[in-house]
Design a binder for this molecule. Structure first.
Ligand SMILES: Nc1ncnc2c1ncn2[C@@H]1O[C@H](COP(=O)(O)OP(=O)(O)O)[C@@H](O)[C@H]1O
Ligand SMILES: [Mg+2]
Length: 157
């Protein structure tokens, strides 16, 4: 399928539990090597989404923002690697060899503030763009330009 393929599915969530539930459901179609990029301003719900996704992978640990480490790793149905690129000055060096290494090929990588890597992001990925903060409902757009990620946009996989 063409590399310019662009697909989108949009959901609205009214509270954090609904955002976590959406992510939980999406995790059921996750495969080794997947890259999930979370885009949205501070307080949009990126970490809430990551928590729900982790729960959907069967991660038992509490997932929080990896503020003091670049990447946190969790044990689930697949290994989960959670990154937060908010302070990219620190992250840039660590990521000089690329966002995904061999270890991550065996698991799912979920990245907050992924847009800070801009052109360095690989094209095969799912983008999760969250609009809204505070008490507002969140508009969550799931987008991909890569055929392998269609399964995230089709309810039921
Ligand atoms: N629909 C919603 N989806 C996600 N979070 C929501 C929603 N409504 C309210 N919230 C609240 O917004 C905050 C989102 O925080 P967090 O996930 O840490 O944001 P980010 O990681 O994007 O900075 C949480 O306090 C959460 O309870
Ligand atoms: Mg966060």
């Amino acid at each position: 399928m063409s590399a310019t393929l662009r697909l989108e599915r949009v959901a609205t969530t009214r509270d954090a539990a609904a955002t976590r539930a959406l992510a939980f459901e999406l995790a059921s179609v996750a495969r080794p090597g997947d890259l999930v990029c979370l885009v949205g301003e501070l307080g949009a719900g990126k970490t809430q989404f990551a928590k729900g996704f982790a729960a959907g992978l069967g991660v038992a640990d509490v997932v929080s923002s990896p503020t003091f480490v670049l990447m946190a790793e969790y044990e689930g149905r697949l290994p989960l690697f959670h990154l937060d690129l908010y302070r990219l000055e620190d992250a840039a060096d660590a990521l000089a060899g690329g966002l995904l290494d061999d270890r991550q090929a065996a698991g799912v990588t979920i990245v907050e503030w992924a847009e800070r890597l801009e052109s360095a992001l690989p094209a095969p990925r799912l983008d999760v763009v969250i609009d809204g903060t505070g008490d507002e409902p969140r508009r969550i757009a799931l987008r991909t330009a890569h055929d392998a990620y269609r399964r995230y946009l089709e309810p039921g996989g």
